[in-house]
Ligand binder design. Structure first.
Ligand SMILES: Cc1cc2nc3c(=O)[nH]c(=O)nc-3n(C[C@H](O)[C@H](O)[C@H](O)COP(=O)(O)O)c2cc1C
Length: 195
């Protein structure tokens, strides 16, 4: 690649971290990540998202218990392999849906808003790239989206201040990298240029 600058380098070097250290990120780092999130583009400049950052270990562990329970009760209604694998893995006592990251950021959005997922995904990528630039690891976490209709999970998220009408779009696990993830190869044939 001939053009190379700090942002392009950051895009290339970002990986999904799945092993974090126990160390908590600083308040300054968390503020920078949340600031990066709210500066993402949004459809019609809606900015109708809500980013809920959880750092309290008791809260995270309780949420993990609810996710494990939610998967037990979830009757597969699609054949998405990662979701089925997560249901299987959640039976394990050691299962942790946010990879034991010290910080979990939940992105929720207004219901019946067509760009809810797109807006939150763009905001999450801002978080991931900002994390990479600060020397932190991050990972997209889908479990709360999959289980967004689970009554126990919703009741707990409401206690945490996430409006009951909000749809849970996605989450970012963030923390210090415990183990670097391998670099996945890029598939061929996914770009075409017409000039
Ligand atoms: C929509 C979406 C959902 C994902 N869900 C999860 C997830 O629930 N848990 C997880 O560990 N990784 C999840 N990932 C991360 C992907 O597995 C990862 O991006 C992919 O394997 C490529 O690796 P890289 O991010 O290191 O380049 C998700 C990524 C996307 C874009």
């Amino acid at each position: 690649m001939s053009l190379n600058n700090e942002v392009i380098k950051c895009i290339h070097e970002r990986r999904s971290t799945r092993l974090f250290t126990e160390e908590q990120i600083s308040n300054e780092q968390l503020d920078a990540l949340l600031d990066a999130a709210i500066w993402a583009p949004s459809g019609g400049n809606n900015q109708s998202w809500l980013f809920t950052a959880i750092q309290k270990k008791d809260v995270l562990l309780h949420l993990n218990q609810l996710v494990r329970q939610g998967f037990q009760e979830w009757v597969p209604d699609d054949d998405y392999p990662s979701k089925l694998a997560a249901k299987q893995r959640s039976q394990n006592q050691s299962y942790n849906f946010y990879h034991n990251a010290s910080t979990l950021i939940i992105a929720s959005n207004k219901p019946n808003y067509q760009n809810a997922m797109a807006d939150c995904a763009l905001a999450l990528q801002n978080i991931f790239l900002a994390a990479q630039s600060l020397g932190l690891g991050s990972c997209y976490i889908n479990q709360l989206h999959w289980l967004r209709h689970d009554p126990q999970i919703r009741a707990y998220l409401l206690e945490l201040g996430i409006p009951k009408e909000h749809t849970i779009c996605s989450c970012a696990a963030v923390g210090f990298i415990g183990k670097a993830s391998p670099v996945p190869v890029r598939k061929e044939g996914t770009i075409q240029i017409i000039r």
